[in-house]
Design a protein around this ligand. Structure first.
Ligand code: G6P
Length: 478
């Protein structure tokens, strides 16, 4: 049996501790988890991830060799090794470097007159990021069978491919970026040596994957401009440097439509759908579902809804906006401030337009997956307006579950626009007035046109299910 190793910050399972000290395990539902399901039967899979918090650390500590299935946990066929990275190292690597620096660079999130500000402290944070990546490389090097394939995920682990290659030149290594990639002018905000190290880290892989052409070509632009010795061949999509060649691949990620429909058919979703319908009556529904994430542009989205109600008063009393925001990255002050700004924007709309028998907006800052699935089913309009997004699966899931045709208002800066733009109402995410007009057009769209567009959106959204996405990356390793 061949062996595949997967490495990512967040693993396929996580633990929580109840008040009486008992551990309970929860399986994650991301694309990667579904992707692996397709290869798990004929492959020996080891997933290396970080322990995220005390409950994970306890579970990992109790498992022989830190491997959870050996402790009797049902991890769905994969072996899972959680790395117990010292808390301070983890905090600096994950919060300070991965989420506050690399994420900000790739999503163009800096308020540049004030940040970034790379000082001695940032150097210390960077050393922790190196140590965190080295911990993954060590674990993978230790566990990999000769010639095994290693699939390393995302910006948390951009140095690990090179580090692993240095330790185990016999392995076949892939890296995949789930984020956008910054254009060179913006990427150069990073200190020169750090920017170079990140590029060379990824080039340690045999295959570097991206979600769209646009992000892959931004990566090639950065290599060309910032690595003097690199030879970029755009036609062949390769980068040669340090005597090796890395192939660059584009692998769009879509949705497993059957699995999503099956999940949405369960009673917890029906219950929530009924409650939502009772709450909003027969009014049209504009839905958005995001993490409370700066790049998701929730505040401008709410401002667009406000402008819709101002400019088109005929919608007052006839439409409700459901905004579901999953709490996210609450260790970072920027995220806490952003969540507060989202709440203020929502309150302003309620105060300005609400009447005794009409609540114009329902904002929920809560992680409730079945409720989100219920909202997809009821939506007349789905808004996805990120500043920048690697792909955005909400834009793909919504049409699949929509029971009402669901018009999609979509940012041109979401990776998903590459596949969905033809059948969406495409907006510039910074243009609030244009977004408001797109909402107006979406609400007016005749049901036949909505349904026709929805059918084409579903075809595009399900064309590359996670199983295929993951299998293609493995195949690209040869
Ligand atoms: C993005 C990243 C993923 C990450 C997810 C949630 O989609 O590409 O790697 O798992 O955000 O991030 P978090 O660290 O907040 O769970």
């Amino acid at each position: 049996m061949s062996q595949v190793l997967v490495a990512s910050n967040r693993g396929p399972v996580s633990f929580s501790l109840s008040d009486d000290g008992a551990l309970s395990m929860r399986r994650g539902g991301g694309g990667l988890v579904s992707g692996l399901a397709g290869v798990a039967a004929e492959t020996d899979v080891l997933w290396v991830c970080a322990a995220l918090g005390d409950a994970d650390r306890t579970a990992a500590g109790q498992a022989p060799d830190n491997r959870l299935e050996r402790a009797g946990h049902d991890t769905g066929g994969a072996s899972v090794r959680m790395l117990d990275i010292p808390e301070a190292t983890f905090h600096r690597a994950y919060n300070a470097v991965a989420n506050s620096t690399l994420w900000f660079v790739h999503h163009l999130l800096y308020d540049t007159p004030r940040s970034p500000h790379f000082d001695a402290r940032a150097r210390r944070d960077w050393q922790s990021y190196e140590a965190y990546n080295a911990a993954f490389a060590d674990a993978l090097a230790l566990d990999a069978a000769p010639g095994a394939k290693a699939a390393i995920q995302d910006y948390h682990l951009s140095l690990a491919p090179r580090m692993l290659r240095d330790r185990r030149p016999d392995l076949k290594i892939a890296h995949f970026s789930h984020t956008p990639w910054a254009p060179p002018e913006y990427y150069r905000l990073l200190p020169d040596d750090i920017g170079e190290q990140v590029l060379r880290g990824i080039l340690g892989a045999d295959h570097a994957g991206f979600l769209t052409e646009r992000w892959a070509s931004a990566f090639l632009d950065c290599c060309e401009r910032l690595l003097p010795d690199a030879r970029v061949d755009r036609a062949a999509r390769t980068v040669a440097s340090s005597g090796r060649v890395t192939r660059i691949g584009v692998h769009g990620l879509g949705v497993d439509g059957a699995a999503l429909r099956e999940r949405a058919a369960r009673p917890d979703v029906a219950e929530r759908a009924e409650a939502l319908r009772a709450q909003v009556g027969d009014r049209q529904l504009i839905v958005r579902i995001d993490r409370t994430e700066l790049s998701k542009n929730i505040v401008r989205g709410l401002a667009a809804y406000r402008e819709l109600l101002l400019n088109h008063p005929e919608w007052r009393g006839r439409v409700v906006h459901l905004a579901f925001a999953y709490p996210s990255r609450t260790d970072l002050p920027e995220y806490r401030d952003y969540t507060a700004a989202v709440r203020r924007a929502a309150q302003q709309i309620t105060d300005e337009f609400g009447t005794p028998d009409w609540d114009p907006l329902i904002l929920q800052v809560k992680d409730d997956y079945p409720r989100s699935l219920a909202a997809y089913g009821l939506a007349d309009v789905l808004v996805v307006n990120p500043i920048r997004d690697g792909m955005n699966l909400v834009a793909k899931e919504g049409p699949i579950l929509s029971g009402r045709g669901c018009a999609l208002v979509l940012s041109r800066e979401a990776g998903a626009a590459a596949e969905l733009a033809d059948n969406a109402l495409v907006v510039n995410p910074y243009d609030v007035s244009q977004t408001a007009e797109a909402l107006h057009r979406a609400l007016l769209m005749p049901s036949r046109e909505r349904e026709e567009r929805r059918a084409r959106l579903v075809a595009a959204a399900t064309a590359l299910p996670p199983q295929r996405w993951f299998a293609d990356q493995l195949a690209a390793l040869g």
